[in-house]
Design a protein around this ligand. Sequence first.
Ligand code: SF4
Length: 753
Amino acid sequence: MKGQQGDPIVERPGFFEKTGLFRRLVHDSSGPLTRQLVLNPSAYGLPSRVDAHDADGVVKSVCGYCSTGCNLNISMKDGEAVSLSPATRYPVNLGMACPKGWQALEVLDAPDRGKVPLLRRNRNGNPEPVSWPDAMQAFCERFKSIQKQHGTESVAFISTGQIPTEEMAYLGSLAKFGMGMRHGDGNTRQCMATAVTAYKESFGFDAPPYTYADFEESDVLVFVGANPCIAHPILWERVTRNQHKPEIVVIDPRTTETASQATLHVPLNPKGDLVLLYGLARTLIENEWLDRGYINQHTSGFDNFVGFVSAFTPDVVLDKTGVAPELLQRLAELIHRGKRVSFWWTMGVNQSHEGVRTAQAIINLALMTGNMGRPGTGANSITGQCNAMGSRLFSNTTNLLGGRDFTNPDHRRKVADILNIPEENIPRQNSWAYSEIIEGIRSGAIRGLWIIATNTAHSWINQNDVKELLGKLDFLVVQDMYYSTETAVMADLVLPAAGWGEKEGTFINSERRFGVTRSVKKAPGQALSDFRIFRIVAESWGCGHLFANWTTPESVFQSMKQLSAGQPCDFTGIADYRMLDELGGVQWPCTSNDAATLEYSTNERRLFTDGRFFHADGHAKFIFEEPQPLSEPPDKEYPFMLLTGRGSASQWHTQTRTSKSAILRKLYPQDAYLEINHIDAAALDIIDGETLQVTSRRGSIQLRAVITSSVRSGQVFAPMHYDCVNQLTQSVFDPYSRQPSYKACAVKVLAME
Ligand code: SF4
């Protein structure tokens, strides 16, 4: 049934009587409406039990931290998870898990779990526990009031790569098709937006081409700005299983854990990667170390590229990157000699002021050498969060559902038809990116914000600025597992959410593999799965009828299948969650023809085996652009370049979860620290372990000195997991992906008196 977008503002007593929430409560209950009934999740027409695993036994579930997508066997007793171990035959992790996965259950029992909604009735008041109906009343009244006064676009949402795909699809549809929002983005902007834009422009669709078997099949692996030893430890384990005695090249300013294991480390100047990659392309061209057949048949724009890179001589490379001509030549020879060369990148590339062009410079190398579509090859971005790929396809933020385009009328019509919603409910323009939403708060265009499962006040760049802006909002809602995050403590309303292990749905990992995550534990108190919260919001707002068929995550999965039909990510051949369990996950695309060929443990596929890309002419494009200078190079006043990144395999992002495990806490330093080279330490009379004052043009923080040779003189490194570090970083973004550049700003360092 088709319905209308959003009810008029509800500001009077009797609000719940006017909403679907009240109707459902009355309809579903057999007795009078009581406060007790209202607090019972089953009253919302949703099951309150642990999903279908009440008995003892083992439940298989995909891990909810990183994009590797390991599968875990979870042992159940009396309907609750008691322990876990890595699944041995799952095609991703083959019996392995990192410390975060092993400790995934422990973090669910933390004392600061949100157990009841918390409402701050005025800006200076303390948050007070309220019922779900009171929370929903405040949510709807405040957001609708803002929309009435400032337009529907004045309320926005910030989503996450940490929740299942079905929840993302529900949130994006609810916010945009039901609540009239136009602007919504996710924290995937902070990790994967650059790779998304690069792939779309080069390949015609956001399509990481590889499968994890490629780690084992390459004879040359080139990692650019990637430290899989600690960022993706199970993927690094896959590299160590490689039987081809591979050359492992690491291009990174730091001697990271991965660089120290490499057969060749290329220590370049920070953000020298684009010049180096262009110089590398020039060297390959000059020596005719190319696959001309592949270039001619499957690509476009190569001749212009040849002309462009001719300026990147070895002398230019030396000047801009610090990489000597001999090292450049050796690197080119390694790539030339390799039969199966794979290129891998992560945040060192993505989080840059010119990340898109850098990612495309990597893609260009793979194309010109014919290292694409064969085992052990590819230009491969490794994703960050467990469901960043789900967000890329189905969060309905900057893409319309299924990797479609909001500005395309055919796409809007198709989505409206499949979901049976009025076409006019679908925005005709793209959303603002995360950074633009934040700027929208500054300009007054954004007055209300709903943040789901992310920690903006810790993780966003130039933290002091964003905290000040969040404080200016008329109404801030945070939906999270924990009430204690830096963002939740600023909220007017906190909605307590279930976490990984307390709900079900699918994640899509780095190699495009759908896997099922299961509910193996009850959420504490009145915390509800994000899926249930979205349903309650829809009913309370008055647009629940638009999503009447979405009663369970798996019902949304069936809609997502329909939305994927005919798209490069078509997965109409995946019948249901059971099929995903039985096959050890399934990579997209998976049409019914593909599905007929899949078997457990041989279930690995890569893209572009036929050399056809997703542009209309079937060709991949060579895309390139003049490198741009750093916006804040070191100078006399701020003489050090600050690099940020992951600290250890036991820490995850803002440590919202990993800090809750006593075992994980023992595996990483508790206090924030700064790595500094021994030459600089000696010059500044810094002693290892002493407290340093580290200052940028935006903030000043104290960090413990760690004297090391893993950073070069003139550079310092601080892990991003500690809440103070982003006080230093600068609001600089890639112009195409709008991804923040976290890894290059100028600081000064002083030993404390
Ligand atoms: Fe989980 Fe990633 Fe660790 Fe695997 S590598 S156990 S997916 S955090």
